[in-house]
Design a protein around this ligand. Structure first.
Ligand code: FEO
Ligand code: CA
Ligand code: CA
Length: 656
């Protein structure tokens, strides 16, 4: 069984208002019970009237009304996906749809330059790791570059390296290895996380790394200098012994998902940063309440033993410098990454952007912990797509919103601005609202959700897909639903009012409730035409391909045994008669989760991240020697290696 750190590092619920803000589960149940009204439009109209929006409802296509097929197939029951589906299951290998082929493109430890040392897992050093591809690849972005002569395609991969697992990185790591972790091992794990930017080239149907590329770069928790920007930059609560300005910070970590902006930069999201902090806070520490809201310190990496800035007793403000969205310019390898504090501080899963009709940029974001919230940021200024440099500080000015769901099928985006009633009484500045975004959202009555992961807008149909991965700790005593303990997650479809991504109202609908539809206790809801292998559990990352089709990757963590299948990638129909039908495309080796689906601009290449292959048991117990897969090398001398896979259709053409 996989031991995704998401399962464990955070299994304490840290939201004290989870039970008082009406939960999404309750809203869903009530909503299902009222579907008859919704179809007639009456409940939506009444609800919007209560919000002072009467008249709008009639003009808006509701999500449920927008199901007419606008796709290429004439027969409404013809699938939009032509590939040969694979089967559920679990073994040490990966599996891809039969009419496609998968190539391992880059593995943890692969040198990123011609001068970088070859990977030697038994003699790894921090210096070597700084020049090699990092560990636990999660998000993958692809920025297309013009192909050179005799190349078929060329681009930059922007890859997140989420978290280290010392027991799976160091062969013969002792049973008490985490108690005795060495200073060099801490440095190696700090060098193994963060990001990689690497140029990749397609030639004669085969992808490879260009090790001579000037763009290749590692960004790490160990030594990369970054700048804080936006409303919280320089605030006293961001100042430390090492940085009296509160504007300069070393590194990024726990980079989970992210997004690419329309102006060609890369957003990488700091998620479970709490796991890297140890030590003890004094009872009089002013940050104590703030840190409790983020489960700081959780301490599973043990960094604080050899790096004092991760000891909250010594450096209580250091955690305030993590939990942000970081913007990186992959085309400028010397550029300093910027932490964009206007996007709020929480356990950021992803940050997918889209341009609203006004030209303002909208960034959709989930806070991935049980009973946390869904957010979006709307830029103050319009994007200038003809002049990318003019967007350099676009993400420093704008409004952060948090979602409040209503059972009648609409939601409100509530602004996290100081002037907003309850916030003015509680915070002294907008900087503090951003630093404690979670507590600000609590005060506004945001709706606690079941671990919001990727939130992905689809420009082709105007909808936004929010992946709520699971939350088995949900207990609703007032509920008749069998889904109170949500082990399998669900996907919510959002349609913004007036098809305007910058709107402050939207409609929502549950598209699928995941799990096995053949097992009554799962209480899964799928289109009845979903095949035996088409259903999945714990949706985590999503991609929209160039045709506008939706793809979902999963991370069941330690709960894979409940479904009998490893994680993978599924295609998911969103329109027409087959809406809510899944189809299995790729399966990861045992112990891994599937991350980072992203397509090349022509849809002919699909990049996937296989994270923590072979991982097993509780965190802290997984070891190389007992790994349940040695993917992808299958050598006695090599640990399992997180790697990027690229998939192409045999003979070429659109993937899927
Ligand atoms: Fe890092 Fe939310 O998964
Ligand atoms: Ca994730
Ligand atoms: Ca995950």
């Amino acid at each position: 069984m996989a031991s995704s750190i998401n399962d464990h590092a955070d299994n304490k619920v840290s939201n004290p208002v989870a039970s008082s803000n009406t939960s999404f589960q309750t809203l869903c149940e009530n909503r299902y019970n009222r579907r008859g009204f919704l179809r007639a439009g009456a409940a939506v109209g009444a609800g919007l009237a209560a919000l002072g929006l009467s008249g709008c409802a009639d003009q808006q296509p509701s999500v449920e009304q927008a199901k007419e097929s606008r796709w290429r197939n004439q027969n409404p029951y013809d699938s939009n996906f032509d590939f040969v589906e694979i089967e559920h299951g679990e073994d040490a290998q990966h599996h891809v749809a039969g009419d496609h082929e998968a190539q391992i493109l880059i593995r943890w430890g692969d040198p990123l330059s011609e001068s970088a040392p070859a990977f030697d897992p038994n003699n790894q050093t921090a210096e070597a790791q700084l020049q090699q591809f990092g560990y636990n690849n999660d998000y993958v972005g692809y920025l297309e570059l013009p192909a050179r002569r005799n190349q078929d395609a060329r681009g930059l991969l922007c890859v997140n390296h989420e978290y280290p697992v010392a027991g799976m990185m160091f062969p013969n790591f002792p049973a008490d290895g985490y108690q005795k972790i060495t200073a060099e091992q801490v440095k190696i794990t700090q060098a193994a996380v963060g990001n990689s930017i690497v140029e990749v080239v397609l030639k004669d149907g085969v992808w490879s790394i260009n090790r001579k590329s000037p763009y290749n770069r590692r960004i790490t928790a160990l030594e990369t200098e970054m700048e804080m920007s936006g409303p919280a930059a320089g605030h006293p609560r961001l100042r430390t012994n090492a940085d009296g300005s509160g504007k300069n910070v070393i590194g990024t970590m726990n980079n989970c998902a992210g997004g690419m902006t329309p102006w060609g930069t890369y957003l990488t999201c700091e998620e479970n940063f709490n796991g890297h902090f140890g030590g003890k806070l004094s009872n009089s520490e002013p940050e104590a309440r703030n840190h409790a809201r983020y489960n700081v310190p959780t301490d599973y990496t043990r960094w604080h033993l050899h790096d004092k800035r991760f000891d909250v007793g010594y450096e209580p403000n250091e955690p305030n410098r993590f939990g942000w969205v970081v913007e990186i310019d992959p085309k400028d390898p010397k550029s300093k990454p910027k932490k964009r504090t206007a996007l709020g501080r929480f356990k950021h899963e992803g940050a997918e952007t889209i341009v609203a009709p006004s030209g303002q940029v909208v960034v959709y974001m989930g806070d991935d912990q049980r009973f946390e919230y869904l957010y979006k940021f709307v830029s103050r200024d319009a994007v200038d797509l003809n002049n990318p440099k003019r967007n350099r500080d676009l993400l420093d000015h704008g409004t952060l919103y948090v979602a409040k769901f209503y059972e009648e099928g609409y939601l409100e985006w509530l602004p996290l601005v100081l002037e907003n009633g309850p916030l003015e009484a509680e915070f002294e500045s907008q900087a503090e609202v951003m630093i404690e975004a979670r507590r600000a959202a609590d005060l506004l009555g945001a709706t606690p959700l079941d671990r919001p992961e990727d939130v992905v807008p689809n420009a082709k149909n105007g909808k936004v897909y929010a992946l709520l991965t699971n939350n088995h700790k949900r207990k609703e005593t007032d509920s008749a639903s069998p889904r109170t303990e949500n082990y399998f997650g669900h996907i919510v479809e959002i349609a913004e009012l007036d098809n305007d991504y910058a709107a402050t109202r939207a409609y929502w609908d549950v598209m699928v409730q995941c799990g096995n539809p053949n097992v009554p206790s799962h209480a899964a809801r799928w289109n009845e035409r979903t095949s035996d292998n088409g259903w999945f559990a714990s949706p985590d990352n999503a991609a929209v391909d160039p045709s506008g089709r939706l793809w979902i990757s999963t991370d069941q963590g330690s709960k894979a045994f409940m479904t009998g299948t490893a994680d993978g990638l599924w295609a998911l129909e969103t329109e027409g008669a087959l809406r809510g039908t899944g189809k299995m495309f790729f399966r990861v080796p045992a112990g891994a989760e599937m991350c980072g689906p992203v397509f090349s601009d022509d849809g002919e290449n699909l990049f996937l991240a296989v994270q923590h292959p072979g991982d097993h048991g509780e965190p802290g117990q997984a070891r190389v020697e007992t790994a349940i897969s040695r993917w992808p090398d299958f050598l006695e001398t090599m640990p399992p290696r997180p790697s990027i896979v690229v998939v192409r259709k045999k003979g070429g053409g659109q993937v899927g």
